[in-house]
Design a protein around this ligand. Structure first.
Ligand code: PMP
Length: 326
């Protein structure tokens, strides 16, 4: 018999899938690391499990403990799955711009979810950063995960996602393109790939309203770059410790409209029903077309599944209301 001993054993070993229509104008091979095949439907399952295992190993997380995190949903889903199997409680603090589907799914997995306002400073006591930190201090036998600064986040991708991409491309990968939020995915995968071949180029996808691109290019944390945006999962108004700016060759920014329109295009033209950051990632990759030559093998990572966006990017009334389609 061949079976996984629990759902956590099905994390990782996701397929690499060739893009065909959307990338037809490019001279190179473009392959998608298709992370929705993880049991929680996103790449974040990998880092959620790794953060828990590392916290168990050094005693930060004890039997019967409560896991607390400020999460936009995918990390919460990964943490919730691991908590169910391993016997922990979960409290998630989420910002009110996140889709309702994400909150419903977390509650369906037994987690408590607290919704906080988006349009306040990170230092404001109502922000989801502040609330999650405070709960971590107040609730006994609790552990505040902090995916932004927790080194196990990038380490998970260094130990699993990076080696998988290297092996699946037979060491031929020349570029890695991915949306950046906490930075765990780009930093872990990018570090591993560059250790195998220092010529691999690593590109981050950023949003308008986020600080990453300007900071990478100038070293200046420019508050004028910060404003509310619609794109989910990528961009930040802080500099998480998990973003390793030294291993990133460059950033390109994608508009909210383009990210939404390309999310729909991935479904319609490639049969890839994916989340909003996948739309941003593929549009950003197309913006970089002058970087790619004929024999290049470009890997783009798609973080999460389309089901979490049916009320938004996959709803044409919403798309019209936003002015993204006619
Ligand atoms: N896309 C989605 C949908 C996400 O949830 C996240 C995590 N915030 C990202 C992209 C960015 O990944 P990372 O945090 O590893 O930079």
């Amino acid at each position: 018999m061949e079976y996984a001993k629990n759902i956590l054993e099905t994390i990782g070993n996701t397929p690499l899938v060739k893009l065909n229509k959307l990338t037809a104008e490019l001279p190179c091979l473009v392959l998608a690391k298709y992370e929705t095949f993880n049991p929680g439907n996103s790449t974040k399952d990998r880092m959620a499990l790794k953060m828990i295992e590392d916290a168990e190993a050094d005693g930060r997380l004890k039997p019967g403990g409560t896991i607390i995190e400020g999460t936009s949903g995918n990390t919460g889903m990964g943490l919730a799955l691991a908590a169910i199997v391993k016997g922990y409680k979960c409290i998630f603090v989420i910002s009110d711009k996140q889709s309702k589907e994400k909150t419903d799914v977390l509650r369906a997995h037994g987690a408590e979810v607290i919704v906080c306002p988006t349009d306040v400073e990170p230092t404001d006591p109502r922000s989801y950063y502040s609330v999650s930190k405070r709960l971590g201090e107040e609730i006994p036998n609790s552990w505040y995960v902090n995916q932004y600064d927790n080194p196990s986040n990038a380490k998970a991708h260094y130990e699993s996602t990076g080696p998988e991409i290297w092996k699946q491309t037979d060491g031929k990968v020349t570029h890695f393109v991915v949306g950046v939020g906490t930075g765990g995915t780009i930093s872990g995968v990018g570090k591993y790939l560059k250790e195998q071949n220092p010529n691999v180029k690593v590109w981050g996808i950023d949003t308008y309203g986020s600080v990453f691109k300007k900071y990478h290019e100038t070293g200046i944390f420019d508050e004028n770059e910060i404003y509310p945006y619609v794109t989910e999962g990528i961009g930040e108004d802080i500099l998480p410790k998990n973003v390793d700016f030294d291993i990133i060759d460059g950033f390109t920014k994608v508009t909210d409209k383009d990210a939404a329109v390309y999310t729909q295009k991935l479904a319609k033209e490639e049969g890839m029903f994916l989340g909003n950051s996948a739309g941003a990632a593929i549009k950003g990759l197309l913006q970089l077309k002058d970087e790619f030559k004929e024999d290049d093998v470009v890997v783009v990572l798609f973080h999460d599944h389309g089901s979490r966006y049916v009320g938004k990017m996959y709803n044409n009334d919403w798309m019209k209301k936003m002015g993204y389609i006619e």
